[in-house]
Design a protein around this ligand. Sequence first.
Ligand SMILES: Cc1ncc(COP(=O)(O)O)c(C=O)c1O
Length: 496
Amino acid sequence: MTESWVNSAERIGSDLHLELSSAGSGGRRAAVVRALREAVRGGRLAPGTRLPPYRSLAADLGVARNTVADAYAELVAEGWLTARQGSGTRVAMGVSAPPSGRRDGSASARDVTRAPRAAPPRARALRHDLRQGTPDASSFPRAAWLTSYRRALQQAPNEVFGPGDPAGRIELREALTEYLARARGVRTDPDRIVICSGFAHALRLLSGQGAGGILRGPLAVEAYGLGFHRELLATAGVRTVPLPVDGHGALVGGLGRERGVLLTPAHQFPTGGPLHAERRAAVIDWARARGGVVVEDDYDGEFRYDRKPVGALQGLDPDRVVLVGSVSKSLSPALRLGWMVLPPRYVDDVLAAKGEREAWASVPDQLCLADFMASGSYDRHVRRARQRYRGRRDRLVRALAARAPHIEVTGVAAGLHAVLRLPDGTEGSTVEAAARRGVALDGLAAFRHPETDTAVTGTAGTGTVVRDGLVVGYATPPDHAYGAAVEALCEVLPPP
Ligand SMILES: Cc1ncc(COP(=O)(O)O)c(C=O)c1O
């Protein structure tokens, strides 16, 4: 049976005639996929053409909205379509068109077998982005951010448009003082806060010559962490020494003569365990005894799911711990806004390192974030995002339990990524197999400190040594593409 329909010109800017054929397998979703794929492949839908919204196409077809949404997602994953916030779903640029002169929509045998040829390299090479690092860009709270921006600009004194104070706007430092105390157990006042453009900037400020050598080496770091941060320290001449990591975070008992230590206590990056209470106390004892400094990278402390919130380590000793946070995980890494909560003795050095005027963090943006926080929008956004990410985390865990029960998933009580433990010796080949299928993700090796021979990771309490694993970020794919991404991941995992 064949059904046909025409979409109104008002909805999509041009008529779209599709034929749903019941021939072939897979039900209605598969029929919609086939019909759309043929329309693109046959050239009737030109590159760049905007497709109707799910709802209206579903109404025209007499199918459920999700049927259309799933069909679009599948075609996005295959590279035929692209989906962008604000511009809807479109035919990907450069997908196969019929030879010129074929305007009837029928495809030649050659066309029919051709895959999307010149989909944008990124879309083709990278069908599913499961790398950790970025929140779901499609859920940036545009409306609430705009409301705060408008209000902030309307109320801003003219001086906001002159050179800025390197400490950051007082409105933002006050909002952070309230928020960090309430939500993260941080003990501070606005005078101890210096605004920066994110964690990486904070590391530069703490390790640069101008900062009076707050982070001169040797500096202990977790054996697993972001290589980019280690490189940044190396560039500043700070030697880093790896501390082994297990399911309870860094083994801080190994701290010795270092001048400082850099930790991710709320959620070890990337292995996922929170720093155990005894280790939290031990690292503070070490810092007091040695006169050392602890740098606390609080990169995703807001995102916890089924365990009690882990307050900031800074709350244990605000004179020994530099807490650094940013909006990179909670809102967007594009905003480049972060904060440092400093022991008072470091404030002048950090301000000197920053320079005489604000040269890093846009002052109007600072005011906007201040309003966003003070008005409760930040809390609302974080709570909503937490729910959404928890849903994704649960979906991932369920899919793995069903499809790959032999793969242990760890580090999922918090954060935006999970670690999948792999049988020894299979990490590299699994990452490669994933890449061949267009699934971008990293293995644990990508995060290992180069001098890490003795580092161990394991699940809390087991102490099991594990070296192979995948770091799977579940925040980045947009909602409509998430199911396909998880499915593709399951397909590349090694068998039992
Ligand atoms: C371990 C870790 N620390 C810090 C950050 C934040 O970095 P930044 O504030 O420079 O964007 C990230 C990424 O968002 C991260 O993965």
